[in-house]
Design a protein around this ligand. Sequence first.
Ligand code: ATP
Ligand code: MG
Length: 611
Amino acid sequence: MHKRVGRYMTTIENPPQELKWLVSNLRAYWPRHLGAVATAILTSILSLADPLIFGWVIDRFIRSPSSTVPLVGAGLVMAAYETRLWLSAASAQWAADTYQRLVMDLRLRLLEHFDRLSLDYHEAVTLGAKSFILIDSVDDIALVGAEVIHLLTRSVITGIAISLTMIIVSPRLSLVLLSALPLYLFTTKYFKRQIRETTEAANSSLDRMSQYVHEHLATIPQIQILAQEKRELKKAEQLFADVRDYQRDRVRSETRYTVVNGTITALTSAIVIGYGSHLALRGEISLGSLVVCYSYLARLFEPIGGIASAHAKIQKSISSIRRLQNFLSIAPSVAPPAFPKPVRKPENVLLECRDICFSYNKDRVAVSNLSYTLQPGARISIVGKSGAGKSTAAKLIARLYDPHSGSVRINGEDAKCIQLGQFRSLVHYMPQHAVLFTGTVEDNLRYGNPGASSAELHRVIEMARLGPVIQRMPRGLHEMLGPSGCHVSGGERQRLALARAMLCRPRILILDEATAFLDAALEAEIFQALRTHFTETTLVVISHRLPALTWADRHLVLNQGQMIAFAPHHTLYNESSFYRELYSSATEERARFETAHASGTYPVIQRQVRE
Ligand SMILES: Nc1ncnc2c1ncn2[C@@H]1O[C@H](COP(=O)(O)OP(=O)(O)OP(=O)(O)O)[C@@H](O)[C@H]1O
Ligand SMILES: [Mg+2]
């Protein structure tokens, strides 16, 4: 079992550093936090009062039987109980308040950091892993923080108070009882280690299951299209079985601990009853003292268990804190400049790429030595075979990545020195897969420019040929999009995103196969509208449909990350065999589909159902 557990264990090398982090994060809420701790201490002390009062009542009554003694005792017990109740309620309230504030502030801080991180991070890390940081890890810290403070306070105070009271009440009986302490300590240490290890393994298996479930739920349509339901179910079964087995191990180790330590407690109870009664009968201790010792007995070992489980919870919280610290220490690869410089004359943007090199990994260069200049209002296209580096080149212009060498310049200024917000308002990158937000059609269109006028809104709707689409919707511009609303086709989605991009009025608009789902006629109309109405905007279009791009002033031809030409269509067609080949294959493909369309003989793609 050890071997299996060991694989998932987190080693806590320097816990104080994480605890320091927690304390420093709690500093903002210290009045409530201190209030919670102080009331928890008082509650713990008051919880010891009942046996003492009961013992006092017995001894007092034996000495001078009077009906007022039990009445005073009952009153005192009631007062202590009621005070404890109120203090405990206040303590729980303050603790919950402190940690809910911490949770909210932490989540905001984490979300802000997620928003700051660059594309490379978001491409590399799964949605499940991200939501685990934002939801589960923060919950861990809050829960553990709120519980542990109480548990530790209660355990330490109760432990000290019970030991002292018992020594005062009966030194001989307490000596016998306290001698069982080392045995209890040893078994607790032994079993708690097992419980900690099995709990960590169970938590890891839960983490893996949760990540898988996130991904599975997000990709169900793809799984269905690829007919991989059975294989996915097998994968899920393995993960669910892991959770079942690790949870079973955890419960087993907890049960062992309860049985063994329960036996020790029963043994000491027997000693107290036997030896205590013997001492009472011989008059060496009072009956009241015997009752006090017996009542405390069940709680004598409580602090040891409490401290052990607080330790386990602290360990869990430390892993979560470490996860958060690691996440917060990730610097965005596209960093905002320390001393941003404004772009001069932003209404006319001249873009220069100087010797740009970039690679995603050490083994392969994605683009190298790209050098070109785009005058304000230029219309260019980036063409090349699949994997040539077109999207990479476009993302470098849009500062979604920063080049490893060379520079992107806007009006002579290095893009790295321009305030990121201003840069993004000047350069807009639109990918093939358009993203829509939950909200109305209008919310989606206005997302990048909420203050746009109604006239501007209707102009971009017209430019993106969205009029008929919106008219068809029962509530028009107020129709809800997204999971709980209207669903749109791939091409409509692209047009909505195009209109949104147009409404931002960028100075450089990059369309990376952003019209790939539109039919040729609609695509041509939209390009025409862009050329007519966006005369000052530089257009960079990436498409495999070369014949639809002949209107571009120049084509930047890429092959295996290298720029092999940057010239108008006619020059390239006459002088570059590579471009000619690229163009011909795109033309042939288009012709093939046009013939198929005319004759109605489309190739039939049959989904193969694999059993
Ligand atoms: N996120 C990434 N991580 C690692 N490698 C990547 C990543 N994105 C792209 N690449 C690699 O970089 C190279 C250039 O990719 P890029 O996406 O720029 O090609 P492309 O010309 O846009 O291709 P396509 O026409 O298929 O969209 C390819 O070899 C690709 O596999
Ligand atoms: Mg691409």
